[in-house]
Each structure stands twice: as C-alpha cells, then as structure tokens.
Design a protein around this ligand. Structure first.
Ligand SMILES: C[S@@+](CC[C@H](N)C(=O)[O-])C[C@H]1O[C@@H](n2cnc3c(N)ncnc32)[C@H](O)[C@@H]1O
Length: 276
C-alpha cells in the first residue's frame, strides 16, 4: 500500500493520490469499493476517478497500458473523501474485480460449500495441475463430508470418493455411484491404501486439522491435500501462523499454498501438493 488519503477535497481528489504515487508509472488503474451496500454507492465515483486518473497520468507520461510489467494503481474508495492507494503487479493480484470470483451454484448441488471448493481449485491450482490432479478414476477421502457439496463436486470431476462423516449424505451425492459413505470420526479413521486426495472441511480447531493433515501426508495415506482451517474468534493470525508452522514440516515433500477465499472468509483454505 502506498498510503491513505483522508479529508480529500471533492473538487480535486487526484492531487493527493498522485503525491503518493510520485514518479511511478503504471499500466492500469483499478478503482474499487468495498463489497457492501454502502460501498456500492461509490461505484459511479470509482468509474469517473479511473477515467480522470488515466487521462491525467497519460499527460504526465506515467501511463503505459502496453507494458504489463508495470504495476497497476489500485484505489479503494471508502467514501467520497477517504481513499486507500496501492500498487500491485499483475502476477501478485487477483484478475477479478474486487478480488471476487463470481461462481454459479449448480441447480442440483447439495450445499453452497461446493463454491468454496471450486474457488479453491481455480485459485490454488494452475490449469495444468488441475488437468493432472482432477482426473477421472482418481481417489479422494473427504473428511467432514456431509451433506456432500465437496464430495459432489469431486464426483463431477470423475473422482471416486470415500466420504467420512457421522451425519447423513444427500441423496444426490450417493446417486452418483462414485461415493462410499463411512460414518466415523475423521480424526480416527484412515484408509488402508493411499489415495490421491485428502479433502477436509470438518468444523474443528484449526491446529488439530493442521496436525491431522500433516500426519496423513507424512504417513502417505494421501498424496495431496486440500483443506480448511476455520478461523477462531480471537488471535486469528497467531493461530494461522501456528498451523502453518506445523504444515511447513512438509516443505521438503510438498508445496503449500494458502488463501482466504471469497466464498468463505471465516477460514483459510490450504493446498498441499507433492513436489514433482
Ligand atoms: C461445514 S460441514 C461440511 C460441508 C461439506 N464440505 C459440504 O460440502 O457439504 C462440516 C462437517 O464436518 C463434520 N464433522 C465435524 N467434526 C467431525 C469429525 N471429528 N469427524 C467427522 N466429521 C466431522 C460435521 O458432521 C459436518 O457435517
């Protein structure tokens, strides 16, 4: 972030923004508002500010849309007089407006949770990784699977899934014919033969989940894992650091990627993929 502009004069917001930008050239300007009803009020201002800033930076010779290596100028409009100003390179920022990946819930999906898994697969895996790791005939264990959104999505990709949960799985999921449902405690059960994927969406303490997933991967019960760490009410950052320290003991064998997804901001989703 470059800085925060407060008490902006409404007849000239750009001067303070450009002061923070200095002589830096940019390849684009992205003005956004918070994803709230109050935030939407400023979407007109976001459009006009983008246009005005683009014209002004062109005149100053600080705008080159062809040079994609240049950062983009980000303006987060909190009100007509309060704007956060930042710079971000394309490779380090979301391609979606506001960082929001809009996904459609399929009509027959058993739960909204499938949107989390779909967003995770798109955000955390590259296209070649998705093609390699989400193929027909591959196997997965889904811990905390009920009512079955994640299991259903995995079945749509052609995987065969063992769903672990004491609660009931939806009929639509069981009808796929690709799912075995075992009523068991996800912390006690493990497969006899290694599976490709361990998925875990159990509502449990994040440090317990991090320890469990680490054990699965070290024991070779699964090759890769995709799972959620539910954020506690307090000391969220500290807890995630603690979980990542546990997971980092896998760094010689696995690549780890973690992200707070739009479709569930109360958790951190983590991917562990074996190093090729
Ligand atoms: C958020 S829901 C999972 C939603 C699911 N991923 C979906 O897409 O429909 C959490 C599930 O974890 C299960 N769960 C919590 N603790 C568990 C445990 N120790 N063993 C097995 N399942 C557990 C709960 O029964 C609940 O069904």
């Amino acid at each position: 972030m470059l800085g925060e502009c407060t008490n902006l004069p409404t007849d000239d917001r750009l001067a303070s923004i450009f002061e923070l930008l200095g002589s830096q050239s940019v390849s684009d300007i992205i003005s956004e508002t918070p994803d709230t009803n109050d935030g939407k009020e400023f979407s007109g201002l976001a459009r006009s500010l983008t246009n005005a800033a683009r014209q002004a930076l062109k005149k100053l010779g600080q705008y080159n849309e062809k040079d994609k290596r240049l950062p983009r100028l980000h303006l987060l409009i909190l009100s007509g007089t309060h704007i956060l100003v930042g710079l971000a390179y394309r490779t380090q920022s979301s391609p979606n407006a506001g960082g929001i990946m809009h996904l459609k819930l399929p009509k027959d999906a058993p739960s909204r949770a499938i949107l989390k898994l779909e967003e995770a697969a798109i955000s955390l895996l590259t296209i070649p990784e998705r093609e390699h790791w989400l193929r027909s005939g591959m196997s997965a264990v889904d811990l905390g699977a009920a009512p079955g959104g994640w299991t259903w999505w995995l079945a749509q990709q052609g995987l065969l899934i063992t769903a672990i949960d004491n609660a009931n799985m939806s009929e639509a999921v069981m009808k796929t014919g690709q799912v075995e449902h075992i009523r068991a405690d996800g912390f006690a059960w493990h497969p006899r033969h290694s599976v490709h994927w361990l998925c875990c969406d159990m509502v449990e303490q994040p440090d317990r989940v991090a320890t469990l997933v680490t054990k699965w991967l070290k024991e070779g019960w699964a090759q890769a894992a995709l799972f959620n760490l539910k954020l506690p009410m307090k000391k969220r950052y500290g807890m995630i650091q603690e979980c990542m320290a546990t997971l980092n003991t896998l760094r010689d064998t696995h690549v780890l990627r973690a992200q707070q997804l739009y479709h569930d901001r109360e958790e951190i989703t983590v991917l562990a993929l074996p190093i090729a």
